[in-house]
Ligand binder design. Structure first.
Ligand code: APR
Ligand code: ZN
Ligand code: ZN
Length: 361
């Protein structure tokens, strides 16, 4: 027996999104239906709507979500109805070379729900990042669900499903920030701010926030930045060197995704320091570096994919730290909105004063 719920779909390239009735099949083997309680609005949802990811319209948008498992299919043992869960982009195999190395985001054999959610006329929907959670309920692979402490606000928990985990993980997992380190974060949107929270959690002594917008730098300070640099006014590489006695930062985290900021990140680190790349470039972008600088500086240049997180380890840990007041994930929630307000939330993203709008059910 399928059921019908309301969800936000992107019907075609650059067309406004709208609320539609969608049909959710009963969960099959390895699947779960989740009653969504909150789902953040992320840039990637906007990119789906704009056709920047692929052309498999119509999309069921939304992918930073938390909710309660309503029902599970045969063979599902890891989660059960009533569990409070955070959703992640895909279930991993647990057996391939990448999974066995503890790097599930590079898994060779990932999957989402095998059945499709549809419109009432039978049109199949493509769920954004394999989730589709701007909907009262959604169908996912059971392996996309991670149980966490149900005492936390769903609007906060859902954020770990994407941008906030990407940022915190860039600092603690990919960058391996250590006690006493100096960390520079270039680009202080939601992802960069989360990297600041991660750096602080890891014990960084100094955290230098770089952005072109003074309002973003203000927020970065509230997240834990100890120094700020407006890179419109000041050369950030020079500024970071000056703040570090000429040496550069131990770890530089790039959270913009542009050639000039990749370049700044490369030169702002200490000799043998680490550069972590979280900002996603477009296909045509190129980075040019003198090979002697690449060779001569040592250290490492690492990209960070979903914060190199292990959901089963990192989601519950970060929720616990939030519940204990040691990090404040609530600071990322600028506003809570209804299902009908997603288009307005996309417009507000460009105004620059929103970290996250979260759809609450
Ligand atoms: N130098 C420094 N900061 C910049 C520059 C620049 N040249 N250009 C833009 N910024 C700042 C913006 O002012 C903003 O504060 O970068 C920040 C980007 O933030 P958001 O647009 O909110 O993006 P966010 O969600 O944080 O994601 C950042 O990480 O995961 C990726 O796909 C994501 O590439 C994106 C990046
Ligand atoms: Zn996202
Ligand atoms: Zn695998």
């Amino acid at each position: 027996m399928s059921q019908q719920v309301q969800g936000v779909i992107a019907p075609g390239k650059n067309e406004p999104v709208r609320v539609e009735t969608i049909v959710i099949p009963d969960p099959g083997p390895g699947e779960a239906v989740v009653k969504v309680q909150a789902c953040g609005v992320c840039h990637t949802d906007l990119h789906y709507k704009q056709g920047g990811i692929n052309d498999d319209f119509p999309f069921l948008l939304g992918h930073e979500a938390a909710g309660v498992v309503e029902s599970v299919g045969p063979d599902v043992t890891d989660v059960a109805p009533g569990d409070f869960v955070i959703l992640n982009w895909r279930a991993v195999c647990g057996r391939c070379r990448s999974c066995l190395r503890g790097r599930p985001w590079y898994c060779f054999d990932t999957h989402n729900a095998r059945q499709k959610m549809t419109l009432t006329d039978g049109t199949e929907l493509s769920p954004a990042l394999g989730i589709g959670a701007f909907a009262e309920k959604t169908l996912v692979a059971a392996g996309q669900c991670t149980k966490v402490d149900p005492a936390v606000a769903p609007s906060v928990a859902g954020l770990l499903g994407c941008g906030v985990m990407a940022g915190i993980g860039a600092a603690i997992n990919t960058g391996e920030v250590g006690r006493g380190d100096t960390v520079a974060v270039i680009g202080c949107g939601g992802v960069g701010d989360a990297a600041i929270v991660g750096a602080r959690l890891a014990g960084a002594a100094r955290i230098i926030a770089v952005d072109i917008d003074d309002r973003k730098l203000q927020t970065a300070k509230t997240m834990g930045a100890t120094h700020t640099v407006n890179s419109r006014a000041t050369d950030p590489v020079e500024a970071i060197r000056e703040l570090t006695g000429g040496f550069g930062a131990d770890v530089v985290i790039e959270a913009v995704g542009r050639p000039e900021t990749y370049q700044q990140a490369f030169y702002a680190r200490d000799l043998a320091g680490t550069v972590v790349l979280v900002g996603v470039p477009t296909p045509e972008m190129k980075l040019e570096l003198p090979l002697l600088d690449v060779f001569g500086r040592g250290g490492s240049l690492k990209s960070s994919w979903y914060g190199d997180c292990l959901p089963s380890r990192d989601f519950p840990m970060l929720i616990d730290l939030h519940q204990q007041g040691r990090i404040d994930l609530g600071a990322f929630v600028t506003e809570t909105i209804g299902l009908g307000d997603v288009e307005k939330a996309f417009a507000r993203m460009h105004e620059g004063d929103v970290l996250r709008s979260v759809v609450q059910f």
